[in-house]
Design a binder for this molecule. Structure first.
Ligand SMILES: Cc1cc2nc3c(=O)[nH]c(=O)nc-3n(C[C@H](O)[C@H](O)[C@H](O)COP(=O)(O)OP(=O)(O)OC[C@H]3O[C@@H](n4cnc5c(N)ncnc54)[C@H](O)[C@@H]3O)c2cc1C
Length: 392
């Protein structure tokens, strides 16, 4: 194989979309993943991910989410499958000055559809949701869910059909001892060497292991448990189409309606314990079940006794302020580090991919981004734009 213009390491949402946009821009591109596209250890490998525009007072992520939404829809149209499901997203709130109210104001300003609903209004529209009279909800009708694993697989297939190449292999980090300010060759675990004009490491939760000095201090990997509850037989009230995705930011928990025959997804959103994405055993903690059930009992009383029918263990790769990492490696001018999804990166994959390809090909970056995603920028722990307002 002659040396491609670009080698992308990692076929999660960030790497696969980077590979796609680079190919579309006319580059020759080789995409490599250690385990394949949409595999169960990848952070992008779960059944579903929420796509929402609400990010509190932040204005960049809502516009990214809308641009990304158009691309997920376009991908679905191109491959003839429903990959984005417009369920809407319902944010439960209590505080008039909280994340939800700030989000509603921002979305209105940006012309993105949003409604503010009282507790009784929510109960009228979705009687299966128990929202108190002292609570309210912010509803984003055009938000929804992406069928994550399926979408990543289709994207990689489309990339290959468009002339990209893909292989399953473990890439070693560049060798600093080789010197120079460019990396022309990377080594594969089987000893082969791959040459490329530029290399993007979009290695998700493996970035700290690949680049311990640069990414170790910045990105923290935590175990995140997800439950799927089984609604009663013949009960459609918890399926996509009957109930939106939902987020309780202050209570640090969110969920996704049953879709494609799976259960009603419930995910407590406190940061879990440190986790190894390769070797970690993916068994949920009893504490997660206790927290999930406790919340569901109050909020969705018809599911109070619903059994856990499936579980999944994922991991967050979080930066302190929940902003992503998209930057050039300080030692090598043609190596790029992309990751730090921080529990909200999946939906933005299409725009992250465009942004990375812009940087690699020397396009001037969007001034609205500033240094938000820079490697060297000091980052303070912030409540952040994930679906939880405080950390465990
Ligand atoms: C429980 C949970 C819920 C979430 N919910 C949402 C949500 O609702 N909405 C949302 O937008 N985001 C959500 N996120 C966050 C989102 O899933 C992540 O930000 C995103 O998937 C990260 O994608 P990535 O491409 O950076 O990493 P990954 O998907 O992990 O991809 C990295 C890839 O790199 C490969 N790789 C690593 N090292 C090497 C190597 N040396 N050689 C070759 N290949 C390598 C891996 O095999 C892997 O496939 C959630 C995350 C979790 C855990």
């Amino acid at each position: 194989m002659s040396a491609p213009d670009l080698l992308v390491v990692g076929a999660g949402t960030m790497g696969a979309w980077t590979a796609w946009h680079a190919r579309r821009a006319g580059l020759t591109v080789h995409l490599v993943d250690a385990f394949g596209a949409g595999h169960p250890r990848a952070t992008s490998g779960d059944e579903s991910r929420i796509l929402r525009a609400a990010h509190g007072a932040d204005r960049l992520y809502p516009s990214w989410a809308r641009r990304a939404r158009a691309q997920w829809l376009e991908l679905g149209d191109a491959v003839g499958e429903r990959l984005f499901v417009e369920t809407g997203v319902l944010w439960f709130g209590r505080r008039p000055d909280g994340f939800e109210a700030a989000s509603a104001g921002t979305l209105r300003d940006l012309g993105i559809a949003v409604e503010q609903l009282s507790g009784p209004e929510v109960r009228r529209r979705w009687p299966q949701i128990a929202l108190g009279d002292d609570e309210f909800a912010v509803f984003e009708p055009e938000a929804g869910l992406v069928l994550a694993r399926q979408a990543i697989r289709r994207l990689v297939e489309r990339f290959v059909a468009a002339g990209g190449t893909f292989e399953v292999a473990l890439v070693r980090p560049p060798d600093a001892a080789e010197g120079g300010d460019r990396v022309s060759v990377v080594e594969i675990a089987d000893g082969r060497r791959l040459a490329a004009g530029a290399v993007v490491f979009a290695a998700g939760p493996w970035l700290p292991r690949l680049f311990p000095d640069r990414c170790g201090p910045l990105i923290r990997i935590t175990k995140q448990d997800v439950l799927y509850l089984g609604p009663p037989a013949g009960d459609p009230r918890f399926e996509a189409g009957s109930i939106p995705c939902w987020v309780d930011y202050d209570a640090a928990i969110y969920g996704i309606p049953a879709v494609e025959g799976r259960g009603f997804k419930v995910a407590p959103d406190q940061l879990g314990r440190p986790f190894d994405p390769t070797e970690g055993e993916r068994l949920v903690d009893p504490e997660t079940v206790r927290i999930g059930r406790g919340y569901v009992r109050r909020r969705f009383p018809a599911l109070a006794e619903a059994p856990v029918v499936e579980t999944r263990v994922c991991q967050y790769e979080s930066t302190p302020d929940t902003h992503f990492l998209i930057d050039r490696h300080p030692a090598w001018s043609n190596v790029w580090l992309v990751g730090g999804g921080s529990g909200h990166g999946f939906k933005h994959g299409p725009v992250i991919g465009e942004t990375v390809v812009g940087l690699v090909t020397g396009r001037p970056p969007d001034p609205a981004i500033g240094d938000r995603f820079a490697l060297g920028r000091p980052r303070q722990p912030e409540p952040g734009v994930r679906t939880a307002g405080h950390e465990g």
